[in-house]
Ligand binder design. Structure first.
Ligand code: SF4
Length: 216
């Protein structure tokens, strides 16, 4: 179920914290060597999308294609994610800001280790402060566990809504999971993800209408 958004003028806690500019943040992040992933990456993969942005997607970490191109979600999984977003008229890169829990590729596409996530977490928190999203979508179990600390299965958690630092936050399946279960049949993961993205789109529309009313 979609959330009932709080009034857009109410700042969340992270909105009130002092931050450097996005350019300053990105320049530093691109040079980061805080964890061992710096030794094997080609480049730091920071972002895709406008700054600031109402909608922020957070995935797990770059894969081989992302490591090569320097853009998150551009491989097979990313292409599927792009198509899913387009089904609800959310276009990349203009309508959505996308990043990952870790900004450098874990070797062999393994999941990030807890210490790597911890080293990278300040970058992610700073991104959230700078992007000021109205809605966060956690893409897959790693993003869900990292930000919300939930240990439940993603099959139970997807489509649910909660708050992260005052921001409406929901969870969807990772597109790599959907590539393994490609059936579009009602009730299957792909269909469920479509329902989840429709809820995200509805929530975005609510925020935008509330914003427009305030300006009138
Ligand atoms: S994964 Fe994050 S913390 Fe580790 S080197 Fe890359 S940017 Fe730095």
């Amino acid at each position: 179920m979609s959330p009932q958004p709080s009034p857009p003028e109410s700042p969340s806690l992270i909105d009130t914290l002092p931050v450097r500019t996005y350019t300053e943040f990105k320049t530093e992040c691109l040079k980061c060597k805080r964890c061992r992933l710096a030794e094997t990456r080609t480049q730091v993969v920071v972002d895709d999308g406008p700054t600031p942005c109402d909608l922020m997607l957070i995935g797990e970490g770059p894969g081989a294609d992302e490591d090569a191109q320097g853009i998150p979600f551009v491989g097979r999984s990313g292409q599927l994610l792009t198509k899913i977003l387009e089904t609800v008229d959310i276009k990349r890169p203009k309508d959505v800001y996308i990043t990952n829990v870790v900004k450098c590729r874990p070797p062999g596409n393994r999941a990030p280790e807890p210490d790597e996530e911890a080293h990278c977490r300040p970058w992610l928190e700073e991104q959230i402060k700078l992007i000021k999203p109205r809605i966060i979508v956690l893409v897959g179990a790693v993003a869900m566990k990292t930000l919300l600390g939930r240990e439940k299965a993603i099959t139970q958690m997807r489509g649910t809504w909660t708050q992260y630092n005052g921001i409406d936050t929901t969870i969807i399946f990772h597109p790599s999971y959907l590539l393994r279960y490609p059936s579009p049949e009602k009730g299957k993961p792909k269909w469920l993800t479509w329902q989840d993205m429709k809820a995200v789109k509805n929530a975005l529309e609510l925020y935008r209408s509330a914003n427009a009313e305030q300006k009138n």
